[in-house]
Write a protein that binds this ligand. Structure first.
Ligand code: FAD
Length: 445
């Protein structure tokens, strides 16, 4: 038997739940069909070995006004990341140095080049509307060159290039800088307000939500009640001029409109009839998830604090390219969060669990000393192994794809519209972008 609703939303991530919440407020009947047995998608707060961990997204920055509004509406509280003391940087020469402030302890020449390139990228980002990056003057040229090649054309200082590449490649798109375009790099910067914002860890990793960021989708879903149906992967959508029939293993829904709120790479798992237009299928084949292992490593105490360290660590030359103090606001133990990205992740995922752990802990000991080798709990978030995500943090275009197909990803097909954080402008690839796109999708319906 078919149930009838005004709108079917596919996916109970933040995008889908935001759209559904807005539609219900506007008096529409809605069902949200979610493949997993839980809601939240790439937000997942769970307790592992007695430690509450943010397995997916966690940080909120001051420019993310859509997310901050939602946090406020839900009555959630935020707290600041621990940031007293010095950061650690391991340079191209392999030497570990501590630093305060935003600049890494590099040579005067490298620092001047990093500052100059930061100004160039800030200027490019200021010229871009992140919602329509393909409209920026010079967009086609920037989209045809890899970010790595663009950086080579800008400076002969390798350590400056490696650091600028780190901020956008491993740290954000989680792809090597030769695998995405300079335009995609500018989009990442523009979507955070500027490149300077993106490189400022105190800005971009400003706040966390007490109790975990997954509370946002959990509370949105709780308010929607039995309109949210989990454990129901959508397998097909048959659409016509009047509406669409949406099928899962357990049921069928007829609706006037459908919002497919899943990453572009997962749209192809749904059989459309009639099939999506060729350009829609092409467009999605030019996007892919990045690859990152998120590490959660807990120690008996936050021992780095006694050594005068904030826990913040960076190096383009370490397996763990960045790490931070991620101790929960109500914990006495100390937890570090770290990341292994793109080609380093390829290499480490090919090792046994024990070998991978040994290499990761050795990398942390290069930043924090030998105590880092003795954690009391160790966990790796492996989103690449999750059927309904298959990568992290998000999807992005291959070289040339953004100008060629970017606009296509937000075009509806008949009664079916599409969206996720990965097609947002402001908040691109972030929860803030998911909320903005969720609102846009609901308003368009
Ligand atoms: P998703 O969360 O991917 O939701 C899509 C939903 O659709 C999923 O629940 C999926 O199960 C479901 N689905 C897929 N296919 C089907 C189908 N056929 N039928 C039914 N359901 C389906 N963002 C930040 O703002 N700050 C951070 O610190 C941050 N860190 C991150 C760290 C990690 C490790 C990861 C993975 C992400 C991080 N992000 C961060 C990104 C952020 O989590 C995402 O941008 C955001 O949660 C995406 O929301 P979404 O609803 O657009 O997509």
């Amino acid at each position: 038997m078919k149930s009838e609703v005004d709108v079917v939303v596919v996916g109970a991530g933040v995008t889908g739940l935001t759209a559904a919440t807005r539609l219900v407020k506007a008096g529409r009947s809605v069902v949200v069909l979610e493949a997993r047995d839980r809601v939240g998608g790439r937000l997942w707060t769970d307790t592992v070995d007695g430690v509450r961990l943010e397995l997916g997204g966690q940080w909120v920055s001051p420019d993310q006004s859509a997310l901050l509004e939602t946090i406020d509406e839900l009555g959630l509280k935020t707290f600041s990341r621990y940031r007293e003391g010095e950061g650690v940087y391991v340079g191209r020469d392999g030497v570990r140095r501590t630093f305060s402030g935003a600049s890494f302890p590099v040579s005067a020449r490298t620092e001047a080049e990093v500052d100059r390139l930061t100004a160039v990228l800030d200027d490019l980002a200021a010229r871009m509307d992140p919602l329509n990056p393909w409209d920026m003057p010079g967009a086609a040229e920037l989209d045809q060159v890899s970010f790595a090649a663009w950086l080579e054309g800008q400076t002969d200082d390798e350590e400056a290039r490696d650091n600028i590449a780190l901020y956008i490649g491993p740290a954000m798109l989680t792809k090597p800088a030769h695998a995405f375009s300079a335009l995609s790099a500018v989009l990442m910067a523009a979507s955070a307000g500027s490149f300077s914002n993106l490189v400022d860890a105190d800005f971009i990793l400003d706040k966390r939500v007490a109790g975990g960021l997954q509370q946002v989708p959990l509370m949105l879903a709780a308010a929607l009640g039995d309109r949210v149906v989990t454990g129901s992967p959508v397998t097909s959508i048959a659409h016509d001029a009047e509406g669409a029939t949406v099928t899962t293993a357990t049921g069928q829904w007829r609706a006037k409109k459908v919002i497919v709120a899943v990453p572009p790479t997962l749209v192809s798992r749904i059989a459309f009839s009639p099939n999506l237009p060729p350009i829609q299928m092409q467009a999605r084949q030019h996007t892919s998830f990045g690859l990152v292992i998120k590490l959660h490593i807990t120690y008996a105490t936050p021992f780095w604090r006694q050594a005068g360290l904030s826990g913040t660590a960076f190096s383009p030359y370490q397996v763990v390219h960045e790490a931070y103090d991620n101790t929960n606001h109500d914990e006495t133990r100390g937890t570090l969060v770290g990341f292994v990205s793109d080609e380093n992740a390829d290499r480490l995922l090919a090792l046994s669990d024990g070998e991978r752990r040994a290499q990761i802990l050795a990398s942390l000991s290069a930043y924090y000393g030998e105590q880092a080798l003795e954690p009391v709990a160790y966990y790796e978030s492996q989103w690449m192994a999750e059927e309904w995500t298959a990568g992290a943090y998000a999807t992005s275009f291959d070289i040339g794809g953004l100008t060629r197909y970017g606009a296509t990803l937000r075009e509806p097909v008949g009664p079916v519209s599409f969206g996720t954080s990965d097609v947002a402008g402001l908040g691109f690839q972030h929860v803030d972008g998911a909320i903005r796109i969720g609102r846009m999708l609901a308003d368009a319906v």
